[in-house]
Design a protein around this ligand. Sequence first.
Ligand SMILES: [Zn+2]
Length: 524
Amino acid sequence: MAETQQAAESLPDIEIYNTLSHSKEPFRTVAPGKVGMYLCGPTVYKPSHIGHMVGPVIFDTVKRFLVYSGWQVTWVVNITDVDDKLIAESTARGMSMADLAREMTADYLDNLAALGVDGIDEMPKATDHIEGIIAFIQGLVDKDFAYAADGDVYFDVTKDEDYGKLTNRSVEQTQGEGGTTANRKRSAADFALWKQAKAGEPSWDSPWGPGRPGWHIECSAMSGALLGEHFDIHGGGLDLVFPHHENEIAQSESLHGCPMATYWMHNGLMQAAGAAGKVGGRPRDGGGEPADQAATKISKSTGAEPFKDLLTRHRPEAIKLLLLSTHYRSPIHFGEEPLGESARALEAFERLFARYERLGGPSFYGLPGRDRQAGTVAVASLTGAVADDVAALRTRFLEAMDDDFNTAIAVASLFDFVRLVNKFIDSQGLEKDPPAAERQTLDQVMLVLRELTGTLGLFLSEPSTISGGADEALVGSLMDLVIELRARARKGKDFATADLIRDALGEAGIQLEDRADGTGWSKK
Ligand SMILES: [Zn+2]
């Protein structure tokens, strides 16, 4: 039934890797044409770092691509604003937990905005859902999946036959939290749903006395309240698979008696850059098994500094391009070097955009986007020498995205797209006296590029500049102009001017390289 309905609405065939089955599965939604997607958000006790931005960038792209392909998507990212870490940090800073949460949530939102992540529909805060969380826990107690013990409430993992199904482990293999609460639990693997408040800690009244919710129960309660008992996609970093997601499944499925989410998607974690691949040339390795990355979390380095500090040295566009140049299930090689590489790769796009404007075209950032169906119609009507190549690159891009959102191959095909357009401009002599038909074809081709980059959330607004740093896009387009003036001088046998340009650039620290396919430049 679902299949016929999807076909009737001509939704494309997409496959998603599901951590639950360890395999790629055809994408089928609970409600035809609609997608409910939940991503575990941050615990807001410290400024966010790059690790907090990976999930939002990836799932923002997932949403963009699904919407582009014809689905209606509701995306929820929660904010954990009550937690042991928040209590400790707010005490250390001498402020209330609510004020600390407000400050760090604002920091998180600023960073999302810098990266152009604007597709989140709901950002529920745990403290706004205490009533629903208590009702959820009461439901588990009533069904005998949970028990109260001295003001705490624990989930009884021995009552849940399925416990461990996400990570294929038995109850005996799991170790619960130790410490002072260990003796209140029936078995070590049981986990807290409700924690009794100590004196002076923020607390809410409950049937078990004053306390606060555990971390796992927040996500079960809020996803259920906003997306329903069974929704489509649950996402998060690989570090959340166990125990967090295993426990979410245990809570939600024990209470509701149905699957919590159909697809469990997990993104790879940050790794300090070592054997990183090239950003612009070829895709990095495709996603490996989650277990391969168990211990790869980045520690003290670029990855751990506040994201706002990173933004003083690197443009958000370069950071975003780097994240998307890796398949989302692979570890992300992160550091100054890959970021620099990504910034240079970005210039290939920005030089083409500047070139297009020099040819009389509009700003690429202002071009209209379009959906997948409209794009297919437009590409079919393309004519001329470039039509087949454009169609083939678009197909490669879409096939990569349909195959578990392989942004690595999608990004690589965009670089090929840029090369193709530059070649087209050169071969058709569009820089000089453009024939009208070819000039129109160029407009159509740029719209295809805009269609595809838009699904990744790239180039949707004018590029940002680094405060105190050089405006790389401006330098790029000025260099294009200087190189063209020098080429004209040489063509007109005005070698004195050509040499003057080269020498002056040399003094400014810029080296020209004359190659068979034109003149390139680099900083000395
Ligand atoms: Zn969660």
